[in-house]
Design a protein around this ligand. Sequence first.
Ligand code: BEZ
Ligand code: FE
Length: 330
Amino acid sequence: MSEVKVASSNGIPPPSFDLPLPDRPDIITANIQKLIEQTPNPRHRFIFKTLVKHLHQFVNETSLTTDEWMAAIDFLTRTGQKCTPLRQETILLSDILGVSALVDSLNNPVAGGATENSVLGPFFTEDAADVEFGESIASEGKGDYMYVEGRILTTEGQPIPNAIIDTWETDADGFYDTQYADRSHPDCRGRLRSDDDGRFGYRAVVPIAYPVPGDGPVGELLCLLGRHNMRPNHLHMMVEAPGFHKLVTALYPEGCDYLRSDCVFGVKKSLVVSLKDIVDDEEARKRGFPRGGSFKLLQYDIILLTEEQSAAIRTRVEEERGVITGDEKY
Ligand code: BEZ
Ligand code: FE
């Protein structure tokens, strides 16, 4: 005997209160807000109340047409469909709308001279090779020589030894290793540790400005908005040490044409660095650059907050903004 399927609800009963039939647009907004009041989790309730308020306000303010809303739905559908394990078009959408940078900045406020955060981006990988002090993260021929050095410090200027530093960058053609179909090993990326003095130093290449993927719906959107899809050249760094707040950041050499219009809003003033030109064959060879000649020197100290400092700053900033109050506290 074949099993008879009966359409059934999710088991949640109708609300105990009466909702007016939505004969006017404003009743639709009021009704959905009343329904959201029933959300059991207070944080979820707060988020969805706020989301729906702004979404409905947006539709009203723009007098959105049916065609425009259908175009938006088609765009979001195609954005989701473009995603694969290696291509995250939805994150890219969040990036180019500034939402990723905003969420990062609000969640990682700094004080006391601590190093500011910058967007992680999609090119971090877990498989970077361990690199000893002074070694290279890039294979020979990947670009112009650059030496990166500095210290990992507390806000009181004390060294943080044994911090793990993950670092990754583009080669001279503006590509990450993961963008090559024939990638056989990690390149232009490495994992190192600070020494007893908190010092780190490694050979790298001068990174190059590059476009974020432009062949999908997000690329179309950037063109529609008359925006370029370039990121200024940068060197990513992710620094972790026990007891300290994990830092995800990037350093941006000055002078790039895209510095002030980064398509994903990652650049902060404190992260813009000047590269020194070292034209000294002997020094280049001493630092381990096989071709000698000259190299760029990037010097930068990374200052980490302790977990307690980070939590205290975050609480203070949230209180100052006054966003979480009364029963909305989660
Ligand atoms: C990156 O810097 O690697 C990146 C960040 C956001 C979107 C695309 C790339
Ligand atoms: Fe990048």
